[in-house]
Design a protein around this ligand. Sequence first.
Ligand code: NAD
Length: 498
Amino acid sequence: MATIEHWIGGRRHPGAAVRTSAVFNPATGQRQHEVVLAERADVDDAVAAARAAFGPWSQASLSARTKIMFNFRELVNAHVGRLAELVSDEHGKVLSDAAGEVQRGLEVVEFACGIPQLLKGEYSDQASTGVDVFSFREPLGVCAGITPFNFPVMVPMWMYPVAIACGNTFVLKPSERDPSAANFVAELWRQAGLPDGVFNVVHGDKVAVDALLDHPDVAAISFVGSTPIARYIHQRATVTGKRVQALGGAKNHAVILPDADLEYAANHLTAAAFGSAGERCMAISAAVAVGGAGDPLLDLITRKATEVVVGPGRDPKSDMGPVVTHAAKDRIEDLIDTGEQQGAKILVDGRGHSVPGNERGFFVGPTVIDQVGTGMDVYTEEIFGPVLSVVRTDTVAAAIALINANPYGNGTAIFTSSGEAARRFQREVQVGMIGVNVPIPVPMAYYSFGGWKDSLFGDKHVHGPEGVSFYTRGKVVTSRWPHVEAAHGASLHFPTSS
Ligand code: NAD
């Protein structure tokens, strides 16, 4: 059984290795690796390596940095298949889905390849007589990323390509449940020519996270994960003066109006609810059927849900793989039990799902629950599994009010043929990412990704323009050269334009 070590200063680093954690293959239920869990001293080593690399890297020309970004882009592109296998074997998602995740991460790398354009400042000639004003942005220093299990390639790639292209150095603390992809990426950075210490990986749990949050040499923290941890990260890291963006959990609603193409809506809802076994922060977990849409929609969805092929992620016939751990399977099945006890109607039941030949895998089948009330646990909890809850309302206004009353505000979608209803929805709904006939509206890399309310703590979304802003700080220079005409006099008055 391989032991997955840290990556510090351009090479594998065993660390103290006092504690380790098992990494499972969710399709077989077998332990396949051990990952070392960092102690504070290991985090100190990683931050020291990143700090030492920051000086030269932040001074490297835009051309030099861009060249390495392009090299890295080529290497990731050449290894999409291998990265997808690593993800599938530790997360469980099917290979095509894992390759899609790598592709969406690659788009952020491509965005970061344009860093010379993105870092252009502003210039005002002759702002006052003989005075010019200009601005530019500088990197922050050592930045850290703490990431969840559900996108072990894409979510870290929302962060470090932009941070590094901006001239920062980076310490990644990936999820301990699927850690291998991070080390593979570190090796690709090395091959791309990134100087040692610019990109580091520490594996671990709360001990490693707390060490990063408290470390005086870490300037900024990017976090993606569940809401309670996001809130904690934001509180603890801002106390020590760090810049923080902490993206939290979600409960994403899709509203289906009676005028929608219901076959189209049912196809996309099935994919959005059960793709990646529902373990996506943008998964649709609540369908809000308005007026007469409910019954015909449910007929279609129940049929499509039962057609989903559940099996190992490596099997090309599988549409949906297992969930990540046995504990996740138990929790999801318990929540379905509770839904039933609280009066909801289970139309498609994924509990106890068994895959022949993989009986010990962590499988839960697609589950559709009707007559869900907003007080039930299946509605209030982020289930993070292949479970679609259906809520019914009479009007669009009631559907919007329901979404706005929910504490989360990550993503949402509306299915309709009415431009008027869609426009009203997009203007009134209090959610960061909105789809119109698009169930999973993940923004392109050149926009920024992020939710509202309990789905984000901090001000800045990730990647896109807000990512560049997050990983840099501005300077404004006001300059006058004494030999310029009329610039010789000085007065004690507050300086004003002339
Ligand atoms: P998690 O919050 O359990 O873990 C995220 C990270 O925090 C991991 O690196 C983990 O090691 C660390 N961590 C866990 N417990 C900690 C603690 N007590 N103290 C300090 N650090 C701790 O999340 P997860 O289960 O890995 O991922 C699923 C969650 O992530 C879901 O809630 C999902 O909605 C959310 N998510 C959100 C987005 C988004 O963009 N908003 C994207 C992906 C996932």
